[in-house]
Ligand binder design. Structure first.
Ligand SMILES: Cc1cc2nc3c(=O)[nH]c(=O)nc-3n(C[C@H](O)[C@H](O)[C@H](O)COP(=O)(O)OP(=O)(O)OC[C@H]3O[C@@H](n4cnc5c(N)ncnc54)[C@H](O)[C@@H]3O)c2cc1C
Length: 392
């Protein structure tokens, strides 16, 4: 793994910086400064994602034949570092990083042709219908009924914690097509148009000082929803295989190195400007040690992440190391958000209508508790490591 940048790499870095200057505009910057989770509202997200698309940079993780960038690992690294340093919006993963790899691996030619180009262009917004009120970690127990009615499927049940379902045009779902001997055996993977009659999206109010434009999660109800047969991915009852493939991709993307770097930089700047006696909080030995500790952990994680990126470049699917990235990445981001709140002291106790840095930090702190729960909780990731790496 050679991280020394070539002349071409340095030229590419300039190109990336120019792109950021030209497209990450003042309006986006101002909105993002208020964001608790690195995302903008839907319009802002689409503006950024479409700018990437126009430049041909929407999908660094896709193969070139589908519109991927064809970047070398060092170009990927440069792009991630530069966008993180500039604090650009995160890209919504549900279309580009979750359903797209599944379509490429298991979809029919007609499905690839229909769904992949609009994902690349951010013309459709996707959401993920895995979890149900009774099924989270034990996902294989899911019960959303999917009956074969001859010329269509009929779906009944409910999905929960569905991120950005209120914005979504399409949802990829795990559904039960058979009550098998093993629960994993009767699951199928199906795509559903959110405009289909019988679908109802209800917001879930969260603790993190919700602002309407920043509402994140929902419960989605399915009441006799008719879905065309051609929306099934791969074979009936083989959905568990596709679901596991997708989760591997979800976890590598979840390391959140870019977000952690951006937040750490923001923390250091704020600590430097906050007085402590004759010096600043950044010079306070106890606080500085805590910052240094998390900084070191982030750098170590970044190298581990690079190793995974290089392995992926050699066409190796992400394995249990994705679980390591998920655990460390989420712990680090949560730790930085704790330091941001600690830095505020009593000012962190904001009121519902407050805006500004304190409200944002507290809101982000509360919001980011989700990181150790979603994408497979950190306890579940530890189980995977125990089983697949340690052989326990
Ligand atoms: C903000 C947010 C957004 C989300 N977005 C989506 C989305 O878009 N789409 C989607 O499908 N889902 C989404 N989820 C759901 C998420 O994937 C689940 O919350 C997660 O899988 C955990 O499931 P659960 O909430 O049912 O908790 P449970 O599975 O009930 O777990 C409760 C606790 O028990 C622990 N636990 C459970 N089983 C074990 C075990 N075997 N060993 C050790 N500990 C265990 C868990 O770690 C956890 O601490 C989201 C969740 C959150 C919080």
């Amino acid at each position: 793994m050679d991280l020394a940048f070539s002349k071409d790499d340095l030229a590419f870095r300039e190109e990336v910086r120019r792109f950021i200057d030209e497209n990450f505009d003042a309006e986006m910057r101002a909105k993002l400064a208020q964001s608790k989770n690195g995302y903008l509202d839907k319009d802002g997200q689409l503006k950024w994602q479409r700018a990437l698309y126009k430049r041909g940079w929407a999908a660094p993780n896709w193969p070139v034949e589908y519109g991927g960038t064809g970047w070398t690992p060092s170009q990927k690294y440069i792009f991630e570092s530069e966008t993180a340093a500039a604090g650009t919006p995160l890209v919504s993963p549900m279309g580009l990083k979750m359903v797209a790899p599944v379509l490429m691996a298991f979809g029919s030619d007609a499905q690839k042709k229909k769904y992949l180009p609009p994902v690349l262009a951010s013309e459709v917004w996707w959401c993920q219908g895995y979890s149900e009120p009774g099924s989270g970690s034990d996902l294989a127990s899911l019960q959303m009924r999917c009956e074969d009615k001859g010329d269509h499927y009929l779906l009944n049940g409910s999905k929960i914690w569905t991120t950005h379902a209120q914005w979504a045009d399409w949802m990829f779902n795990l559904v039960r097509t058979k009550q098998g001997a093993k629960p994993q055996e009767g699951i199928s993977f199906i795509l559903v148009d959110m405009k289909t009659p019988g679908i109802r999206v209800e917001p879930i109010v969260t603790l993190d000082v919700p602002v309407a434009s920043q509402q994140e999660i929902n419960q989605v109800f399915y009441d006799d929803v008719k879905v065309p047969k051609e929306n099934l991915i791969g074979e009936e009852n083989r959905g568990w295989t596709y679901a596991k493939f997708l989760l591997g991709h979800e976890r590598t993307n979840i390391a959140g190195i870019g977000a952690s770097k951006r937040e750490l930089q923001r923390l250091k700047q704020r600590a430097a400007s906050q007085p402590k006696g004759d010096a600043s909080m950044l010079q306070d030995p106890v606080f500085a040690t805590r910052i240094a500790q998390v900084d070191m952990e982030l750098r170590a994680l970044e190298i581990t992440n690079m190793r995974v990126i290089f392995a992926e470049a050699r066409q190796q699917a992400p394995g249990p190391e994705a679980s390591m990235l998920k655990i460390r990445g989420t712990e680090i981001l949560q730790c930085i958000s704790e330091l941001q709140v600690d830095l505020l002291g009593a000012d962190a106790l904001v009121q519902g209508g407050d805006v500004g840095e304190a409200a944002r930090s507290t809101s982000a702190y509360l919001n980011l508790r989700k990181l150790s729960i979603f994408g497979g909780s950190n306890e579940i990731q530890r189980n995977i490591i125990a089983h697949m790496i340690l052989g326990l």
